[in-house]
Design a binder for this molecule. Sequence first.
Ligand code: OOG
Ligand code: NI
Length: 266
Amino acid sequence: MNYETFFAMLWQDYIDIAPQAQKIHDLFTSLGEAVINDHVAFRTFSDCPIDLEHLQPVILAMGYKLQEHYHFEQKKLVARSYSHPDPAAPRIFVSELMRHLLSEKSQRILESVVSQIDPGAVDGPEVFARGLLWQPITAADYDTLSEESEYAAWLTSLGLRVNHFTVSLNHLKSITDMQQVIDLLQQHQFPINQAGGAIKGVPADLLVQSSTMADQTEMTFSCGQTRTVPTCFYEFAMRYKNAGGELFDGFIASNADKIFESTHRT
Ligand code: OOG
Ligand code: NI
């Protein structure tokens, strides 16, 4: 699968559960802007048939190169980023929850989830839009997970799928800074992720980011009870050049740490 087909598949899956994304996309195009995607992100579980080790070869097979490793100690996550030699190809960020660092109770819930994943689940790029590869959990288990790790609750309820696309501010014409984007979104009533401030990072870091708070949907769990759960969000990124004149191509862990909170329950 070429990357164009891959991102078209992801976009469809994404707007189905995050209607805000199409609305925000249309808002930018109505202002005469071309919406170029800087990157997407995925989440997964450690030590299972869809862990980073299993997913990485699929990304590499689309022509991507491994760029960097990251560690988020408090959130109990590791991550890797990938970039493509074709500058038109969006970057990819994949994080993984280190299940063994969670409480025994959460570990037990997640063990019963990952034990249902087909050992051959990673059969090509389509796996990144497959969603649940297990039966839904109970609402009580969802509550237990979300108390300890919002990430664990999100991943267990939504499965393997893209969690955000990112508008590249570098490609916008009339909107030239992040505060303008935030003002525009707020005028249109889109909630902004305020963790650590609405704007994450400073130009000296070479990457400045903001994001919306995820859309929410009512989900029915295996016990028949429902919960309002966060789905997916939209991100905005401005990249800067380093001293050598090269545009920064990576990610900034301290920004990412706050972007993860775009799927926290509000
Ligand atoms: C990914 C958070 C990190 C970024 O651009 O730093 C990120 C996630 O929420 O899964 O997207
Ligand atoms: Ni991002």
